[in-house]
Design a protein around this ligand. Structure first.
Ligand code: UFG
Length: 336
């Protein structure tokens, strides 16, 4: 059994990782300011420290109170569009929180660190699928903030021996297959939950951002990866970090689906039409983003269990249909 500190552990990806850690018998302490996270997403028996990561004194107290075998860092500002309205806030907050957390971990002698990174590092990619050797060139302040965070961690390794894993997520989607957790952002900006909400009458009509891309049906193609498979990748990289080296992995299924294919799948799974209209392109959206997951598979043995878009949408729909208000009004905590 090991003990991990998980920042943002009450949020979407973080909560699925916490559940996976708890299920395999690890102990978890969460720091989450509950701006995006939900108390009801925290499993019973897991300590939740409600705090902002900018509160360095509180962070030091947490490291003084428990000895951790590793840190998993999910808490961050993560909306690409918002980052282009307020770039300095994104870069300042994401970078300083990551480096402040790494500093606190190093001081406490905790030298294993997993960073939630992003496909947004690659901007408009030069070739597909995108492997780890692809050129780094973010086209948003969000992507830049994560690239700077990755670079800061490289210096922390060189000087202090902090071993880190940067996981560049493609499009995280879906929900816990046992229905205990799901995706509940405010505001919601992601395609799959928006399309499901539109189909269920829980949200507005969907706008398709651009139908004139250079893709077979004219809409953008993305690599949707199931959040439970993403969680499994985190567990595996923790083991790699035990072997004593820092790593970087692109995490996706290696296949892409267009916005139209997502809409069709949501219609099939829900049995209802997805009310939608077409709109202009969203600035900064590349036509196609698909990951190469070869390195992750070969070095960690990771194999996605829910690679089919149908499975991703089915689990997301099941959770939303059972929780039309999301976590709101859910007093009870998740039972692992
Ligand atoms: N889309 C629509 N209408 C919507 C919302 C999205 O057509 O209302 C389209 C987008 O244009 C895009 C696709 O659906 O083509 C997926 O969009 P999302 O907003 O769900 O996800 P993104 O691909 O924009 O963003 C994801 C992560 C980011 C990460 C980025 C990397 O959420 O954190 O991939 O490019 F930075």
């Amino acid at each position: 059994m090991a003990r991990f500190l998980v920042t943002g552990g009450a949020g979407y990806v973080g909560s699925h990782v916490v559940l996976a850690l708890v299920e395999r018998g690890d102990e978890v302490v969460i720091i989450d300011d509950l701006r995006q996270g939900h108390r009801a997403a925290v499993p019973e028996g897991v300590e939740l420290v409600v705090a902002d990561l900018a509160d360095r004194a509180r962070l030091a107290e947490v490291f003084a109170g428990w000895k951790f075998d590793g840190v998993l860092h999910f808490a961050a500002l993560s909306l690409v569009g918002e980052s282009m309205r307020d770039p300095l806030r994104y870069i300042t907050e994401n970078l300083s929180n990551t480096l402040g957390l790494a500093d606190a971990a190093i001081r406490a002698g905790c030298l294993r660190f997993v960073l939630s990174s992003t496909a947004a590092l690659f901007g408009f990619p030069e070739r597909l699928p995108i492997d780890e050797a692809a050129r780094l060139g973010p086209v948003s302040a969000y992507g830049e903030s994560k690239l700077m965070a990755e670079r800061g961690l490289e210096w922390a390794e060189q000087v202090h021996g902090l071993r880190s894993a940067s996981l560049r997520y493609f499009n995280a989607a879906g929900a816990d297959p046992k229905g205990r957790l799901g995706e509940d952002h405010n505001p919601e900006t992601h395609l799959i939950p928006l399309a499901i909400n539109a189909a269920l009458g829980l949200g507005p009509e969907l706008t398709v951002f651009g139908t004139d891309y250079d893709t077979p049906d004219g809409t953008c193609i993305r690599d949707y990866v199931h959040v439970t498979d993403l969680a499994d990748a985190h567990l595996r990289v923790l083991d790699v970090l035990n072997e004593g080296r820092s790593v970087r992995y692109n995490v996706g299924n290696g296949s892409g689906y267009s916005v139209r294919e997502v809409i069709d799948t949501v219609q099939r799974v829900t049995g209802r039409p997805v009310p939608h209209r077409t709109g202009p392109r969203r600035p900064g959206d590349p036509a196609v983003l698909v990951a190469s997951n070869t390195r992750l598979r070969e070095e960690t043995g990771w194999t996605p269990r829910y690679a089919a878009l149908e499975d991703i949408v089915r689990t997301a729909h099941a959770w939303r249909a059972a929780h039309p208000n999301g976590f709101r009004g859910n007093a009870s905590q998740v039972a692992a």
